[in-house]
Design a protein around this ligand. Structure first.
Ligand code: TEU
Length: 565
């Protein structure tokens, strides 16, 4: 493996700064708060810290609406605070990854403020403007991912501008070389400050079909329409960014790929393509979307979850791509509540999900709070929620989809991005040690028993389970390079797979149910002298670990990882 692919053995920790740690008493997390917690992340074994947007922003979409790409939002601190953070991260041998949000900017950005002044303004074509249809309606029927039309009418110049997300997030026009030059400049600014990598927000949306075709509904529905994903020039644009910034600075990069395909992700992440280091795809996080619809409810499809993991493991391996592995992020409900049990078997479930994910090929991402088993909070009413997507959908579900207020609230409770945005729970003190002020969003009431401090000393805590997994990835080569092979064939409760290399075999067996399960290893393992094998065991739900044998019994949400040599 080429030295520059050090990140294939790394683990990334995702920090949602608004909810991580508040050092000032403002009720919102800030940069200095993160700096205070670097020793905690270093002891966990974290290699890369992904810091989500802290740029100047009106915060309509919590920072994903950027109004100045090279200045720090005063709510998060100062550039001096940022420089201190970057220095302290480097001193601890860790790396800093920043979020780059360049599919769109805030309408508060000075580029947009210029562009909207006149059709002749030099910044006009930094954005996507189109004339109304003859009847005055929007240029086409594209819908924003946050609900409503993706086109906003600008009275002053009599044109519409494109907003694939909130109406205050104007899509940048990547067809314009001046925009591409601006992006290279802003990324170089942060690379020159010692940032080691970038997470590229919805980067597969930047190239649009310049015909702006109507959405004829022929493509599979989803949270992102396929017709504006992976557009005609997207790989060209990404290769340019690699050539100008990622390559010369030897950066680790991850593309967030909404509604993408395996074929594109191979192209985006095969090192020979010189595009990204790795990609996020979301297909495994839609197995509880009826017909791909996020805002409808159904139990998740366990077999589909396993099939998707297997398809992407074998497909990306065959194509030389590299997966960003994740179950959680700031846009998703907590996986613990979604795919397992956040009640009686909370600890077992959290460790089972961790073992299942961290044995796969790719670079694992730990989202803040995941490592201590934070579940979805309980939302009493809509006044407690902050997310723009959730607030828009509460209206749309009632006004356009015939739901009662209670039905809409119930859907929001399960789907809202705020489920993952409540403050990090540090201890059992006031506001879970997150702030001495009033938090911008409520702290989950279970923080007295679910917090970092209560788990640090317990060698069998969820937190220390993550620590073991992160360390194992660095010492056991088969986790990075082993061939993936699914071992269960449609087992109703168990997901089992192996990772195989010439010298080692990893076996992971996980019970995704609240019932006792029995799993029999396939014939191929018959001749492995299991009792005599040298193996390290990583059990998730007991303090002792069973010998690997053909027939494995698993208690509710138990999972085991064996390394056989
Ligand atoms: O999210 C991309 C995106 O498509 C999200 O809308 C996500 O798929 C959806 O919420 C899941 O249902 C990125 C950022 O992660 C998100 O926080 C931003 O709101 C969005 O882009 C716009 O920048």
């Amino acid at each position: 493996m080429r030295a520059q692919e050090w990140w294939r053995r790394s683990t990334v920790y995702q920090v949602y700064p608004k909810s991580f740690k508040d050092s000032s008493g403002s009720g919102e997390g800030d940069i200095r708060g993160l700096t205070e917690k670097l020793d905690y992340l270093q002891k966990l074994g974290i290699d890369i810290i992904w810091l989500q947007p802290v740029y100047v922003s009106p915060q309509h979409d919590n920072g994903y609406d950027v109004a100045d790409y090279c200045e720090i939002n005063p709510e998060f601190g100062t550039m001096a605070d940022f420089d201190e953070l970057a220095k302290e991260i480097r001193l601890r041998g860790m790396h800093l990854m920043l979020d780059i949000v360049v599919n769109h900017s805030s309408t508060d950005h000075k580029w947009f403020q210029q562009a909207r002044q006149s059709k002749e303004n030099p910044y006009r074509n930094y954005y996507i403007w189109r004339d109304p249809k003859p009847d005055g309606s929007a240029p086409n029927n594209w819908q924003s991912k946050f609900g409503g039309s993706a086109w906003q009418y600008d009275e002053a110049t009599g044109q519409y501008f494109l907003t694939l997300f909130d109406k205050t997030q104007a899509d940048l026009n990547w067809e314009n070389p001046a925009v591409r030059e601006e992006v290279v400049k802003l990324m170089t600014f942060w690379a020159d400050k010692g940032v080691s990598g970038f997470r590229m927000d919805v980067i597969n949306l930047i190239s649009k079909d310049q015909e702006f075709p109507e959405d004829d509904g022929s493509l599979p529905p989803g949270d992102g329409r396929r017709f504006y994903t992976d557009g005609p020039r997207v790989h060209e644009y990404v290769k340019d960014m690699y050539k100008e910034v990622f390559g010369p600075n030897n950066m680790v990069t991850v593309g967030e790929m909404s509604s993408t395909t395996l074929e594109h992700c191979i192209r985006y992440s095969n090192p020979e393509e010189r595009e990204f280091s790795m990609t996020f795809n979301f297909h495994h996080l839609k197995v509880d979307y009826p017909n791909g619809q996020k805002w409808e409810l159904m139990p998740y499809d366990f077999e589909q979850l396993k099939q998707l993991f297997s398809e992407w493991q074998t497909g990306m391996q065959a194509g030389g791509g590299w997966n960003a592995l994740f179950f959680n992020n700031h846009d998703q409900p907590r996986a613990l509540s979604r795919f397992a049990d956040d009640g009686e078997y909370r600890a077992e479930s959290a460790k089972m999900l961790a073992t299942t994910l961290h044995g796969l090929q790719g670079t694992p991402y730990v989202y803040q709070g995941e490592e201590i088993g934070m579940p979805n909070p309980y939302w009493n009413d809509m006044s407690e929620l902050r997310d723009i997507e959730s607030r828009n959908m509460f209206k749309i579900l009632q006004e356009e989809r015939g739901k009662t207020a209670e039905e809409a609230l119930n859907i929001i409770r399960q789907r809202s991005r705020d489920n993952s945005r409540t403050p990090m729970q540090w201890n059992d003190g006031p506001q879970a040690g997150f702030t001495t002020g009033t938090p911008w969003i409520k702290v989950d009431e279970r923080y007295p028993e679910i917090n970092v401090e209560s788990q640090l000393a317990d060698p069998y805590s969820i937190l220390n389970h993550y620590k073991k997994l992160i360390a194992l990835r660095k010492s056991v080569d088969v986790i990075t390079n082993g061939r993936y092979e699914r071992l269960d064939e449609g087992h109703p409760q168990v997901f089992a797979y192996a990772r195989i290399s010439t010298s080692e075999t990893l076996v992971v067996v996980s019970n995704f149910s609240a019932r006792q399960a029995v799993f029999v290893l396939p014939e191929a393992f018959a001749d492995v002298s299991l009792e005599g094998s040298a193996y390290e065991l990583l059990a998730s739900n007991t303090e002792t670990t069973p010998l690997l044998q053909r027939e494995i019994e698993l208690s509710p949400y138990a999972s085991y990882m064996w390394v056989i040599r």
